[in-house]
Design a protein around this ligand. Structure first.
Ligand code: ZN
Ligand code: ZN
Length: 162
């Protein structure tokens, strides 16, 4: 297949319709020996199927509505921390919100394009960017723990509105 050079080939729009990626994320955690409790699974599922990154309070409200029971805020935060540590979710600092990683089953730097207008976030995966950042860090003797890059701006549909 010939590819159109004018389009970024590494752009991945998450296909949130199917559960395959979600199941892969859960399997990846289990493979590392992490315990997936019902709450952890429910939180990851809510992030996976969300149309945009969710703040902890939005997330809690959604889960409470779905389950019909009250959830303590600290346990939501602990669960989010766990999912981020596992690399299956990421925190979008600029929006104080959380998003499920698109390719959780393999180790990579998450690069997010975050729309300032609608709050949507698309994850792109570009090995070149990752390599460059990695090389610079290595040169400085820096040990990288979290590899999350955020770029803010306007998504294509929102640009049409302005
Ligand atoms: Zn990712
Ligand atoms: Zn937008």
């Amino acid at each position: 297949m010939r590819r159109d050079k004018s389009k970024p080939v590494t752009l991945k729009t998450p296909d949130r319709e199917d559960r395959e990626g979600l199941d892969a994320a859960i399997a990846a955690c289990r493979l590392r020996g992490a315990q997936i409790t019902p709450l952890r699974e429910a939180v990851l599922e809510a992030l996976w199927f969300s149309e945009r990154p969710l703040g902890a309070y939005d997330l809690r409200a959604r889960l409470e509505e779905a389950s019909g029971r009250r959830l303590a805020a600290p346990s939501i935060y602990r669960t989010l921390d766990f999912l981020c540590d596992q690399g299956v979710a990421a925190r979008i600092e600029s929006r104080n919100a959380y998003v499920a990683c698109v390719r959780p089953e393999h180790d990579h730097a998450c690069v997010f394009l975050v729309c300032e207008a609608c709050g949507g976030a698309v994850e792109i995966e570009n090995p070149k960017v990752e390599q460059l950042i990695g090389e610079d860090a290595k040169r400085l003797g820096f040990c990288v723990k979290h590899r999350i890059v955020e770029m803010s701006g306007l998504c294509a549909p929102c640009q049409q509105l302005t």
